[in-house]
Write a protein that binds this ligand. Structure first.
Ligand code: SIN
Length: 533
């Protein structure tokens, strides 16, 4: 097998908004290698329609309100220090994006057009190209990527390299199957989320939980993996999910109706169709469970096509008559609030290993993410990371563990990707219970040898992704089993309602633990201590 080796100061795995911005900023002070398993910039960020929530006023009153809305949505599980740090980074984020040429939508008088989405108390969401915010941002970031950044496309990273309990780089495979080792002082995981675990998702093909799985195998701490957000309005056409119908549509007056024309959010929440996402997703789910189809009515929205050009194009491609104004919807897997435990700058429990964007759990989102806070978090954590690096070598603590590199790996029992998705849809969907989660855990048990298998030099992209997806399914399932309450996006039919005790607890994968433990959370110190509930 061919083998090559690269030495770089920072290696960044994933090239969405977080990875790209981190690469651009870090390249001003160090050598950077940016790795994509597909093509530069492809992934969830590019698909973002809703926009970027950013409060820009100088006296910070707007920022304080943005912090309050984020905390109100997060079900008491946010880390307030992270929320504040990331929300307050918004002026820098917007400054950089404007500098890199992103043309955010403006009104005729030249002021920015600001949109409102679910659970925001005011208009603070910047859009570009109407509903093509992610595409516009990623287009400009690609143009801004300096030539001195080494861009590796179609390279699939399999594992982090841990030596003396410090991360010293990553190991992966290129398109031709050759092994590539990248040694770096700073390894940044920016691989996005895991929506591909489900049949209906807003997520890009790349969203296969890679960062969570790489970090777990490396022994990093992970937290809050039970909090997976489902988006209420995925277009459902020709028997499958056909892309996101942005919450901004409801922000402009879209209304969810059942097949009899009855508004489904009436009487469910004071914010109606703009209630927190978990509430709306559950309402769509319940209506469908009661045997009724659900539609997003756009009849009250003037100039729909002008406001939502990308969505209108997709509706037409899927044979939907936009003029009739009723769009068939289902909920779909959308965003992982949990992830690799990290502070606002991306620092994880392993020296040398950083996580930013959706891969990280900074505590920004708590149990339920406020709409359009994810592009902000991705960009803000990239800028904060770039400010924080380099760190003096003495800050990189060391302990003793070694990456095992076996000569040969036996072949393991594996499911097909479709089996995994169908099983997740069935047992770990929007509404969960002990019985379903136990069945999922048992199903995963039969693939445990594969999940826990060591680095395999012969594995190709599909095999690495499958292992990462099974691992992420395992992390979600066991975390969801442990949290015996309903909070935010974590909905248990056998434990309806929030249990006050649980607000003070997190489900944590400690270093190299096979199963998660319940820890009490000290919000101020970020210390987590195992408890028996
Ligand atoms: C949307 O446009 O509805 C998605 C935006 C988000 O998830 O933040």
């Amino acid at each position: 097998m061919e083998e090559s080796m690269i030495h770089t100061d920072a290696v960044i795995v994933g090239s969405g908004i977080a990875g790209m911005l981190a690469a651009i900023e870090l390249s001003k002070k160090m050598t950077v290698t940016l790795v994509s398993k597909s093509t530069c910039g492809a992934g969830n960020s590019e698909k973002a329609q809703g926009g970027i929530a950013a409060s820009l006023d100088k006296n910070e009153q707007q920022a304080a309100l943005h912090v309050d809305d984020t905390l109100a949505c997060g079900g008491g599980l946010n880390a307030p220090d992270a929320v504040e740090a990331l929300v307050k980074e918004a002026p820098h984020v917007m400054g950089r994006l404007l500098q890199y040429g992103v043309l955010f939508d403006q009104k005729e008088d030249g002021r920015f057009h600001l949109a409102k989405e679910g659970a925001h108390s005011c208009r603070r969401i910047f859009h570009a190209g109407g509903d093509a915010t992610g595409r516009e941002i990623m287009k400009q970031l690609r143009l801004a990527l300096p030539v001195q950044v080494t861009m590796l496309e179609k390279v699939t990273i399999q594992d982090a390299i841990i030596e003396n309990d410090t991360c010293i780089g990553v190991i992966g495979t290129d398109e031709s199957g050759s092994r590539l080792t990248i040694h770096a002082s700073y390894t940044v995981l920016a691989t996005g989320g895991c929506g591909q675990l489900y049949s209906v998702t807003s997520n890009a093909e790349e969203a296969t939980g890679d960062g969570y799985a790489i970090a777990w195998r490396a022994g990093a701490e992970l937290v809050d993996m039970e909090f997976l957000q489902f988006h209420p309005t995925m277009l459902f056409a020709a028997g499958k999910g056909a892309g996101l119908l942005s919450e901004a549509i409801r922000g402009e007056g879209g209304v969810l109706l059942d097949e009899n024309g009855t508004p489904i959010m009436k009487g469910r929440h004071e914010l109606g169709d703009l209630a927190p996402r978990a509430v709306v997703a559950k309402a769509v789910h319940d209506t469908r469970q009661a045997g009724k189809d659900v539609f997003l009515s756009i009849r009250a929205i003037p100039d729909f096509e002008k406001k939502f050009p990308t969505i209108t194009k997709r509706l037409r491609e899927n044979g939907i008559e936009v003029e009739k104004g009723l769009l068939p919807v289902r909920p779909g897997a959308h965003f992982m609030m949990g992830g690799v435990a990290a502070d606002a700058c991306g620092t994880t429990s392993i020296p040398g290993l950083y996580a930013i964007g959706e891969t990280a759990c900074t505590g920004m989102h708590g149990a339920n993410r406020l709409a359009s806070n994810s592009l902000l978090e991705g960009a803000a954590s990239a800028l904060l990371l770039a400010n924080a690096l380099p760190v003096p070598p003495q800050q990189r603590r060391t302990r003793q563990t070694m990456l095992k590199l076996p000569a040969t790996v036996p072949s393991f029992r594996k499911p097909s990707l479709q089996e995994l998705k169908t099983t997740m849809d069935q047992w770990v969907g929007i509404v969960k219970d002990r019985e379903g989660l136990r069945r999922m855990a048992e199903w995963l048990d039969s693939y445990q040898a594969f999940i826990e298998s060591p680095y395999d030099p012969a594995a190709d992209k599909e095999e690495i992704e499958l292992k990462n997806m099974l691992t992420t399914a395992f992390l979600i399932t066991h975390a969801a089993l442990k949290r015996t309450e309903t909070r935010g996006a974590h909905i248990r039919s056998d434990y309806p309602g929030e249990q006050p005790d649980w607000q003070a607890h997190s489900i944590v994968w400690q270093s190299h633990s096979r199963f998660p433990v319940v820890c009490s959370r000290d919000v101020k110190s970020r210390e987590k201590e195992e408890v028996i509930l």
